[in-house]
Write a protein that binds this ligand. Structure first.
Ligand code: SAM
Length: 299
């Protein structure tokens, strides 16, 4: 019996909300994920949070290798037993945010990420994966609907999350899924997002990536404020200097961060790089400290 609920029962495991444990039990939903990923026999897949292995099994049926990273100790014996005869499944008992992926995927190997993510750390996981020098060529991930909509937002509704994800790849919402496809049911609607990451074909060029994220973070540092104020506060410069940087980038200082397109952030980065490099010190990760407060959710 491979229904997650019965499997968990037989191991005496109750789902932990704190680990975002909502298990997929609907074969149609699993089929949608695998199809959206366009999985091929030569693929190497990183799965985050295999849970009871429902998705893992579908992935292992097709892919060359599946690396499945699970944090919960209680699920490891279950997973080891379920995949004992599968030599293309490697179980890694670890926190995805701590694991050294280089131990499992060689630098010359292409890989993709396919996962029903634990929603409480969606943003941290995306950051960790997208910021890697050896990043996945595509990610097909289940997230909460609200987060999916923020990831694919257009100018007018941009956020630090949207700019950061769209800098690294092209995201799309593939489908939305009702809470009924999970057990236990989450309180939120879920959405499947596919992000195709850029290689050399990146649509915007920036003189320096750390400066780009420093500028974007400064722009979003003060919610609903005009860019001149947000930049001045975020970069520690005066408003006149912020005005002149915005002017050099061809941007109206009264605009707000959420209205800027990626190319406009790149132009602003260029202006800062050319004229005010000295104001930049210390660069945090791009998706860190999202001032919009990425919702934790309980899905
Ligand atoms: N893939 C399974 C499925 O679709 O039925 C389970 C998905 S469930 C939404 C999220 C899984 O991520 C759980 O198995 C949970 O224990 C695991 N998890 C939570 N935090 C994790 C972390 N930091 N690193 C690795 N796995 C984690």
């Amino acid at each position: 019996m491979t229904n997650p609920r019965y499997l968990l029962d037989s191991y005496g495991i109750t789902p932990k909300k704190s680990l975002g444990q909502n298990f997929l039990h609907d074969p149609n939903a699993l089929d949608k994920i695998v199809r959206a990923a366009g999985l091929r026999p030569e693929d190497i897949v990183l799965e985050i949070g295999p849970g009871t292995g429902a998705l893992t099994e579908w992935l292992a049926d097709i892919a060359r290798r599946v690396i499945a990273v699970e944090l919960d100790d209680r699920l490891i014996p279950l997973l080891e037993h379920r995949f004992r005869d599968r030599d293309n499944v490697r179980l890694v008992h670890a926190d995805i945010l701590d694991v050294d992926l280089d131990l499992h995927i060689r630098p010359e190997e292409d890989y993709c990420v396919i996962a029903n993510l634990p929603y409480y750390i969606t943003s941290a996981i995306l950051r960790y994966l997208l910021e890697r020098a050896h990043r996945p060529n595509r990610l097909v991930v289940m997230v909460q609907e609200e987060v999916a909509d923020r990831i694919v937002a257009a100018p007018g509704d941009m956020s630090l999350l949207a700019v950061s994800v769209q800098y690294y790849g092209q995201p799309q919402v593939v489908t939305r899924l009702s809470p009924a496809v999970f057990w236990p049911r989450p309180d939120v609607v879920s959405a499947l997002v596919r992000i195709d990451t850029y290689g050399a074909d990146r649509p915007v060029a920036v003189p320096d990536e750390a400066t780009f994220f420093r500028v974007v973070r400064a722009g979003f540092s003060q919610k609903r404020k005009q860019l001149r104020n947000a930049l001045a506060g975020g970069l520690g410069i005066d408003k006149e200097q912020a005005d002149s940087l915005l002017g050099a980038a061809g941007l109206d200082p009264h605009r707000r961060a959420e209205t800027l397109a990626l190319a406009e952030w790149a132009a602003l980065t260029g202006a800062v790089w050319e004229n005010a490099r000295e104001v930049l010190e210390g660069t945090g990760g791009p998706l860190e400290d999202d001032p919009d407060g990425l919702p934790d959710g309980d899905g």
